[in-house]
Structures are given as structure tokens and as C-alpha cells.
Design a protein around this ligand. Sequence first.
Ligand code: NCD
Length: 308
Amino acid sequence: MTHRLRHLISLHGLDRATMHRLLDRADAMRDASAHGTRRLDTLAGRTVLNLFFEPSTRTRTSFELAARRLGADVVNFDIASSSTNKGETLLDTLHTLEAMHLDALVVRHKEAGTPEFMTRHAMSGVAVVNAGDGNHAHPTQGLLDALTIRHHHPDFSKLNVTICGDILHSRVARSDIDALTNLGVGELRLCGPQTLMPAPSDFPECRFVESFDEAVEGAHAIIMLRLQKERMAATLLPDEQAYFRQFGLDSERLKRAAKGCLVMHPGPINRGIEISPDVADGPQSRILEQVGNGVFVRMAVLAEVMGR
Ligand code: NCD
């Protein structure tokens, strides 16, 4: 029996049993939904606050749906009209919101470390869930990607998974690496332009592959990442056409992968830059399945950290 998590800040070092327990719970939510049980009362009377200091489409919507489907009340803190713009500190904002009796805070922030900071300053009993902090972590994305892969390939030890693109700036890549490592993936390959790659010594569990053709060879799942221009110094910006030729996933390249290779992307996608439209919309694409799984994973995580 593993301990219940009180917060979810990162997947780094999470034990395999806990990983599978969260994924099993997400699967149970998906099964219930498929059988017509959309709404549960697990979190009835509890309150979840979505605190997004950065733009988000999928993550915020799916956290909101997840909380509502568990019967919780949800408040979306609108940053554009908040007092943060009037100079209020993060701590004052936190204590003000807490005075309204919250049970969980879902936080996205451009500074790595903000959700962890909140766990140290939040009132006891308030759970903090990281919805993406800088280039540090995006744990629910790591879990939903693992759930999507596990659904098709239950035995991670037999899998080659490739992550390609702007890994340097990607919190998704970090959480995917943590998730897949915790689950015992066979081989994890990282590929991308040299200027957008982290130091290999920071990821000893991964195989760094320079050529994307080679990285695709025999892969069972390929996770493509967006070029995160908003996090890049102008000098790092590659020419988009040259980028697509070298690191874009098109149907020709995909033929090198294992039969039925899963094509994944956390979204938002840049069509024609990291992935061709026919592959993004093609039969091997799992991109919308990932979005759907996001709701079930977030239900599982909220039920976990808000459980009594
Ligand atoms: C990602 C993010 O915000 O980290 N999007 C997401 O949550 N699905 C990836 C990205 O912005 O490229």
C-alpha cells in the first residue's frame, strides 16, 4: 500500500506503484464515463481554484471539467482582472484566496518553482497541483501521456519511445521523461536541434540521438513538441522550413517507426513546423485521445490529493 499524495508538483522519483495506482484510477474514471456515469460525487462540497498565470486551453478546461465531474465547485481565477496587476504579491494573493476556504489550488506559472513555493505557504489541508511551471514540470501531462501509451502497450519495458523537438524549454518533456522512467520504459530517445537540447549529463536515463530518422527507427511512440518561441532567446529560433526538414514528423519518416507507432503531441500543435497535417490528423495520431485522457488523469489526481 503506497501513501496518498498530498500535492502533485513533479513526477520525479515517484515510485512505480503510485504511478500505476494513479493511472488505474484514471482508467476507472474512463470506464465509468464510457458506461454513462459522467458525474460522481467524490468531491461534493469541496472547492477547487484554478490559478493560471499563463495562457492555457486544454489544461485549464480539463482541470475544470475534472473537478466538476467529481462534484466539486470550481473557481477560475482570472489573472487579467486580478490584483496581481495592481502589485499584490503572490503570497498576499494566496492568503486572500485561502480565506475563501479552498480545498485545492491548481497552479500554472511561468516561473519554475511557484507551485512548490505554494505548498510551503498554503494552509494545511490545501492541496496544490502543478499545472505547468516554467520549463520545470507538467506532471498531469506526464501522467496522461503515460496513460495513453499504457492503453495500447501495457508493458513499458518492451517499448522504444522518442521525444523530439524543443526539449530544452519543455516541461512536458521533463515530466514525460520522469513518467516513463518511473514506469521502466525500455529505451527513451531524445532528439532535437543542438541549440534546443539539454545537457546529456542531466538525463543519464535517456539516449540522445542526433538524426531524427535514426530516432524514429523502430519507435513504438513518438512524442512531438512545440517550438516554444515564448521561452526562446531570438538567437535560438531556427528557420521553420529547415526545422521541419530535419525534425518534422511526416508520413515518409513515420514509415521508419514500428508498425502502428503512436503519434503524440501535447498541443498546441504548429502544423507544418513540427508535424505535417496528414500525420497530425492521420490514423496513428493519438493527439485527441491524449486530450480526452487529460480529463480522466486530472480527475484521478484531484481525487487523490483531495481524498480524506
Ligand atoms: C504544453 C504546456 O503548456 O506546457 N501544453 C499543454 O499543457 N498541453 C506544451 C506547450 O505549450 O507547447
